[in-house]
Ligand binder design. Structure first.
Ligand code: GFB
Length: 308
C-alpha cells in the first residue's frame, strides 16, 4: 500500500492541526500504531505504508519543568525515535521528509536574533540540554543522509508552538496550556493564579495551525540543507501573556508570580528573514486569536484533554 503522506506523532499538537487540514491519501500514525523508539516496529510501519513523503512530528517533549526533570529520558527517546524514523524512511524510499526542532535547542549564549547558522555554536540552555542535543542530531542526521544517500530531508525550527490538543499538564506542559489549565482551576476554586518565575521572560509564540500549513508548504517548496526558522518574530512577555489569557477567560483574581520557579531562558528572539524570503505574504495567526481558539477548545474538551 503506497500512501502519499505519513504523519508521525499525529496525536499531538501539530498532528491535530494537520488533521484539520485533511490532506489527501494521508496516514496519521500514533504510538498505538508503532513504538518509534524500536527500529523493528518503525521499519514495519514504513514497509507497510511505503509513504512518498513524511511529516515527522513524533517527539518526547515537555515544558521547562518536564525538561529539567527528564533530561535522560528526553535525550534517549528522542535520539532513538529520530534515528529510527529517518532510517526507516530511507529504506522505504521516502522522497521527502520534514522533521522539527525548536528554538530552545539553540545555544544559551547566542548572538540575537537567532539565525539558523548558529545552531551548533555553543551548548544549549542547561534547563533542556538533554532534549536540545537530541534534537540537534536531527539536523546532523538529515545533512549526513543527504550527503551520502541524497535523502531529501529538511528540518524546520518553530518557536514555542501552542494550540488545541496541547499537553495541558500543570507540571510538564508548556506555559500557554499550563496557564489555561491553572486559570480554569483558579476560577473554579476562587484562588489566585500562580505563574512561574518573574513574568519578565520574552517568548515568540506560534499557533499550531500555522505550523501545519507551513509544514505542507515546505514539503513541496523547501530543500535546503540548512534548517528554517518558523516564527512571526513577535515577542511577548510572560506577564503580558498571562494578562491576555486571564482576560479571555474572565479571571478576576490576583496574578501571583512564584519566584521559586525558574524563568528558563530570558529571551530567544529569532531571525525570520529566511522564511520571509520564501513566504513574504504568510500571515501568522495573531496571538490573541490563537489563544481564544485554544481556550475555546480547552473549555469544550475539558477534562478529556492531555495532561488534565
Ligand atoms: O513554555 P515553557 O515551559 O517553555 O516556559 P520555554 C516559557 C516561560 O513561561 C518560562 C514561564 O519563562 C517559564 O518560567 N512560565 C510561567 C511557565 N508559568 C509557567 C507554567 O505554569 N508552566 C511553564 N511551563 N512555564 C521550551 C522548551 O522552553 O521551549 C521546549 O522547554 C520547547 O522543549 C519550547 O523547545 C520551544 O520556552 O522556557
Amino acid at each position: 500500500m503506497n500512501t502519499d503522506l505519513l504523519v508521525t506523532g499525529s496525536a499531538g499538537l501539530v498532528g491535530h492541526a494537520l488533521r484539520q487540514l485533511d490532506p489527501p491519501d494521508t496516514a496519521f500514525i500514533t504510538r498505538e500504531h508503532a513504538d518509534l523508539t524500536d527500529f523493528g516496529s518503525t521499519n514495519t510501519v514504513f514497509s507497510l505504508l511505503r509513504p512518498r513523503r513524511v511529516v515527522h512530528l513524533a517527539a518526547v517533549v515537555g515544558g521547562l519543568g518536564g525538561n529539567m526533570i527528564h533530561s535522560g529520558e528526553y535525550f534517549r527517546n528522542n535520539i532513538l525515535l529520530n534515528l529510527n524514523v529517518l532510517e526507516a524512511a530511507r529504506l522505504a524510499g521516502v522522497e521527502k521528509l520534514i522533521s522539527f526542532m525548536s528554538t530552545c535547542v539553540f545555544p544559551d549564549r547566542c548572538q540575537y536574533p537567532l539565525n539558523e547558522a548558529f545552531l551548533h555554536h555553543g551548548p544549549p540552555h542547561p534547563s533542556n540540554f538533554g532534549y536540545a542535543y537530541a534534537k540537534r542530531m536531527l539536523e546532523v542526521q538529515s545533512a549526513a543522509y543527504r550527503n551520502e544517500w541524497n535523502s531529501d530531508y529538511i528540518v524546520a525550527i518553530p518557536t514555542n508552538i501552542y494550540g488545541p490538543n496541547d499537553n495541558f499538564s500543570l507540571t510538564d506542559g508548556h506555559v500557554i496550556p499550563s496557564l489555561i489549565h491553572r486559570c480554569h482551576q483558579a476560577m473554579r476554586r476562587g484562588e489566585d493564579l500562580v505563574i512561574w518565575g518573574s513574568g519578565k521572560p520574552l517568548r515568540e509564540f506560534v499557533y499550531s495551525g500555522d505550523i501545519a500549513r507551513l509544514a505542507l508548504w515546505l514539503l513541496d517548496n523547501y530543500n535546503e540543507d540548512q534548517p528554517i526558522i518558523l516564527s512571526s518574530g513577535i515577542e511577548v512577555s510572560i506577564m503580558e501573556l498571562a494578562e491576555t489569557i486571564t482576560g479571555i477567560m474572565g479571571f478576576k483574581g490576583r496574578l501571583v508570580f512564584d519566584a521559586t520557579k525558574p524563568d528558563g531562558q530570558l529571551r530567544k528572539p529569532s531571525d525570520v528573514s529566511k522564511l520571509q524570503r520564501y513566504l513574504p505574504d504568510f500571515e501568522f495567526t495573531p496571538l490573541r486569536k490563537g489563544l481564544e481558539q485554544t481556550v475555546e477548545w480547552f473549555l469544550s474538551s475539558y477534562p478529556q484533554v492531555r495532561g488534565a
